[in-house]
Design a protein around this ligand. Structure first.
Ligand code: CA
Length: 541
């Protein structure tokens, strides 16, 4: 988080008003979050063959109407469900265990959300999965019916992002215990679940009137693995301007910041919060180690380290990377003498800071999902040369313990704001496997357009860095300090689109929590429900 005033006083922030529609609150209130593990395309399918196709120009002779009104209309299948009614039509044949189902879906009208989905591994009326458009209010989601009770097990896209009057290409891939949903060719969510092993496939509608067309069910045959199966989490490295995993695949780190105040000052450093983050679609969490908040110093407190251990293990369990961030400095208060005075800190506290990183690198040596963000928002450096020497000392110390870990070096300034990557152009850090990180907030830019955002990035030399083979990740971003304004949704979407279009390596939103006193919380509550700001971030994770 960037403190805008140069006097480095702790600002009071205006309250962000969170408005959730009553419908959304109701739906979210009923959700059950299960532990879920995403698969990221680990299996290569070498052969496929079609099990069944129907373009609905003939009769429904291959189908079994389980419930509701289903008719053929002008070469399309039409299913109509009344309010709070789920209706179902099943393909009569057998499909085996590994297959994908493609179908076009068009919701004509909806009483709640526009809901048209594929049902699969259908065993009986109350026991099956359903996946597709509008489930639980999301663009796409997967639900699991067990003995007539449904729960949400994965979702993607924003709330209320599914629309009526639009043809969607829906695909559900069912492979062993991995269930994945695609809409218009884009993967929206995936989950590993073993509740239902086999069963029929079909189409289902909830509280809506829906057209379906061009159903195709295709058998998937896994290829013989010739290499180790890529997993979601592997040791990352920096290759030119990109982050790659150990299998050579490009990785974008997209997630959230989790601040010391929430996991230490407040009791939210729980596995459940990491499950919510994963369910939002995060693959990284930047854990902020805010030294001033910890009496006696972070590294002297076993309870603090135990809490870090837990969070790092939960992130690993739920397949997310962790950026450990040295956030502001110790021996002080929120408005204390070292905040954003890196030169003074380097004189007074540098040895303790190096010791801190040595302790962390030793404790987490070999944990392949961790990256180290050395020092947050360095300002008031005085001279760059001294800072460069210190940063190299820090990187070399960490690498002497854990040689392959990525170290993150942030934008800096020898004076006050703004920071930039000038230093890398003039006197490079000159260390391998370094990821560079910049922070950007709405108030940095003159307007909410992509042009204004790119102009600000260019001023700070982000484009120069990319052109010259430096990898950039955005460790923090967010809307106005005081919360969302009328321009914030456009700014946020434009910013994330620019990152994705221009080749940056992902972003981490400031910040996971509900507090309004330091602005811009992503959560509406600690049950994982998004604020208005969080809803926009969910679209881009
Ligand atoms: Ca047709």
């Amino acid at each position: 988080m960037l403190w805008k005033d140069s006097s480095r006083t702790f600002l009071s922030f205006a309250f962000l008003t969170l408005i959730l529609s009553s419908a959304t609150s109701l739906v979210l209130g009923l959700q059950q979050y299960n532990t879920s593990i995403s698969s990221h395309g680990g299996i290569d399918y070498s052969t496929t063959d079609v099990i069944f196709k129907d373009d609905f120009r003939g009769a429904l002779s291959n189908w079994i109407i389980e419930s509701g009104a289903w008719t053929i209309e002008n070469g399309k299948l039409h299913g109509t469900a009344s309010d709070n009614q789920r209706i179902m039509i099943l393909y009569g044949g057998e499909v085996g265990k590994g297959y994908e189902i493609n179908v076009k879906v068009y919701v004509i009208s909806a009483m709640k959300f526009p809901e048209g989905q594929i049902a699969f591994r259908y065993d009986s009326t109350g026991n099956y999965y359903f996946a597709g458009i509008g489930a639980y209010g999301y663009k796409a989601a997967i639900g699991n019916f067990i003995d007539g009770k449904a729960s949400l097990i994965a979702y993607g896209g924003g709330l209320e992002a599914a629309k009526t009057g639009v043809w969607y290409d829906l695909k559900v891939e069912v492979s062993a215990s991995t269930l994945t949903v695609y809409v218009d060719g884009t993967k929206f969510c995936s989950v590993v679940d073993t509740t239902h092993k086999t069963g029929k496939v079909g189409l289902t509608v909830y509280s809506s009137s829906v057209y379906y067309d061009d159903v195709e069910i295709t058998r998937l045959s896994p290829a013989e693995p010739t290499q180790p199966t890529p997993t979601s989490i592997s040791r990352l490295h920096v290759e030119g301007a990109q982050i790659k995993d150990q299998f050579g695949r490009r990785v974008y780190l997209k997630g959230v910041n989790f601040d010391t105040a929430e996991f230490w000052g407040r009791p939210y450093g729980t596995e459940q919060q990491f499950i919510y983050m994963k369910n939002w679609g995060c693959n990284v969490v930047r854990i902020v180690i805010e030294c001033w908040a910890i009496e006696g110093g972070v590294m002297n407190n076993p309870s603090f380290l135990q809490r870090l251990d837990n969070m790092i293990s939960w992130a690993e369990k739920h397949e997310m990377y962790v950026v450990l961030d040295g956030w502001h400095l110790s021996g002080s208060t929120p408005s204390g003498i070292y905040r954003h005075n890196t030169a003074k800190y380097m004189v007074d506290k540098w040895d303790a800071w190096i010791t801190q990183w040595r302790t962390l690198a030793t404790r987490y040596k070999g944990r392949i999902h961790i990256l180290y963000d050395l020092i947050n928002e360095p300002l008031q450096l005085g001279t760059y040369a001294n800072y460069q020497r210190k940063i190299r000392q820090c990187i070399d110390t960490i690498r002497s313990i854990d040689p392959e870990v990525i170290c993150i070096v942030e934008e800096c300034s020898i004076g006050d704001w703004p920071t930039s990557f000038d230093f890398e152009q003039n006197a490079p850090i000159n260390r391998d496997n370094v990821l560079f990180s910049g922070h950007i907030y709405q108030w940095f830019t003159s307007s909410n357009t992509k042009e204004a955002i790119r102009s600000r990035m260019s001023q700070a030399k982000w484009d120069w860095m990319l052109r010259n083979g430096r990898a950039i990740w955005v460790g923090e971003f967010g809307p106005q300090e005081a919360g969302m304004d009328v321009n914030s949704p456009t700014w946020l979407r434009n910013f994330m689109n620019v990152c994705n279009e221009d080749g940056y390596n992902g972003y981490s939103a400031w910040r996971w929590g509900t507090r309004t006193e330091t602005s811009m919380p992503l959560l509406a509550d600690w049950n994982g429900n998004p604020s208005d700001y969080g809803k926009i971030i969910q679209e881009f994770l």
